[in-house]
Design a protein around this ligand. Structure first.
Ligand code: URA
Length: 437
């Protein structure tokens, strides 16, 4: 088999055999195929697409490129969760402890933030001492002993994806539905969870800007799951407006703590989505008869304090300071704090997620390039959201950052993210639809 023939076949719109795909992925992962040939194939896929059968084979080949987690010994039903990413999306940090407190095991591997979207690992590392690089035996031990871990993908899990994703990032080949679906699902399948809840974000702050694109991606991922004996439910949720009020790292941890402590004032959409995703997971895991019953279970685990105590346990097991969470620091330790005031009175019709995401990144909360250093205390805290009535000069957001200049530079962008109109408006949508096998 020659790589050049495989590339040429896809260039002409042909359909690969399973063997061709396995040959390509296996040899690329083992450094037997150079980046330039893989790039050419990836670009041919972007243009010509992959059939479902090719996409299933690609997923399987990627899983086979490395280790898989065997969670059969954890003694509880196992669930995994994935979000396609967005602005202010901190649901993982609440859903995982809720599930573990309810007797469902989760070996959750997450990524770092890039561009305008945040990453769970950066948020976790804003908690002093917390380690996110865990070895496979440590992951298995922690999930067995406590019921969950929150960590980085290990280097030996789906190494083909780690190589291919970097290459796609540098060759404008990320935007391909089968490549995205295979990349996400290979990691979930290798992660060992028997059931998988996918939160597919739709909107200006998300990968998928239209509901049609999100639906097609969700359907493909559900089908991949079925082909690999996983029960998958995909929930299409809004990402035109940031999720929750806080966007950054330590500010998002504070918001998660407030939610899990059942404090007043938590964003309605954030709480609703956390309960819904937890409800779907409890039902998938056989812990609840319906999503509604699962949501009630999640709500009672919050009210009892069990979910918050579970978050503390997970953080402590990973070297972090649970007292930091218990103290719920009132303000981030950022050197500069700048309030943003409303330029006019009226109802907030929109708060543009992508604009807020870019602003948070430029304040230091995210990274423009992979190697940039994150300022954990930087971020944006929204004081009002869609549907609220504000008066001119009301504080609508607060910026946290290291320098006065950085704050001043993004202030006008943050003002511009708010669309304020005269007439009353509805609250922002949240859950569009749920797709299951
Ligand atoms: N997230 C992934 O893990 N892979 C993709 O290809 C896109 C988003």
């Amino acid at each position: 088999m020659r790589v050049i023939d495989i590339i040429d076949k896809k260039r002409l719109g042909g359909e690969h055999t399973d063997d061709e795909i396995h040959f390509l992925v296996r040899n690329y992962a083992q450094d037997g195929i150079p980046d330039y040939q893989m790039s050419a194939w990836l670009m041919a896929v972007v243009w010509r697409g992959l059939t479902p059968a090719e996409t299933f084979a690609l997923t399987g080949a990627m899983v086979a490129s490395g280790d898989t987690l065997d969670l059969s010994g954890v003694g509880r039903p196992t669930v995994d969760k994935h979000s396609t990413g967005g602005v202010g999306d901190k649901t993982t940090l609440a859903v995982v402890p809720i599930l573990a407190a309810g007797g469902v095991a989760v070996a959750k591997m997450s990524g770092r933030g890039l561009g305008h979207t945040g990453g769970t690992l950066d948020k976790l590392e804003s908690i002093p001492g917390t380690r996110t690089s865990l070895e496979v035996p440590e992951i298995l031990r922690q999930v067995h002993d406590i019921g969950a871990c929150l960590c980085a993908q290990t280097p030996t899990l789906v190494p083909a994806d780690q190589k291919m994703y970097s290459l796609r990032d540098a060759t404008a080949t990320v935007q391909s539905r089968p490549l995205i679906a295979a990349s996400i699902m290979s990691k979930k399948i290798a992660g060992g969870g028997k059931s998988i809840v996918l939160d597919v974000k739709v909107g200006s702050g998300a990968f998928m800007e239209t509901i049609e694109d999100a639906r097609a991606l969700a359907r493909l991922m559900v089908d991949i799951g079925k082909a690999y004996d996983r029960r998958v439910v995909a929930v299409l949720t809004d990402m035109n407006v940031p999720l929750g009020f806080n966007v950054g790292n330590s500010v998002e941890i504070r918001e998660v703590v407030a939610l899990l402590k059942d404090n007043a004032g938590v964003d309605r959409r954030l709480r609703e989505l956390v309960l819904y995703l937890s409800g779907v997971a409890f039902e998938l895991a056989g812990k609840a008869d319906s999503v509604e019953a699962g949501q009630e279970m999640a709500a009672s685990l919050i009210v009892s304090g069990d979910a918050f105590e579970m978050l503390c346990k997970i953080i402590e097991a990973q070297g972090g300071d649970p007292e930091y969470l218990r103290r719920t620091v009132k303000q981030p330790a950022a050197r500069v704090k700048l309030d943003i005031r409303s330029p006019r009175g009226g109802y907030i019709r929109n708060v543009d997620a992508s604009v807020i995401g870019v602003a948070a990144m430029r304040l230091g909360a995210g990274r423009e390039t992979k190697d940039a250093v994150v300022d954990h205390s930087a971020g944006v805290v929204l004081r009002h959201t869609v549907g609220d009535l504000v008066e001119r000069d009301n504080i609508i957001a607060t910026l946290y950052t290291a320098t006065e200049i950085a704050a001043r530079q993004v202030a006008s962008e943050v003002v511009g993210a708010f669309d304020i109109v005269d007439g009353e408006v509805d609250a922002a949508p949240l859950i569009y639809e749920t797709i299951s096998g």
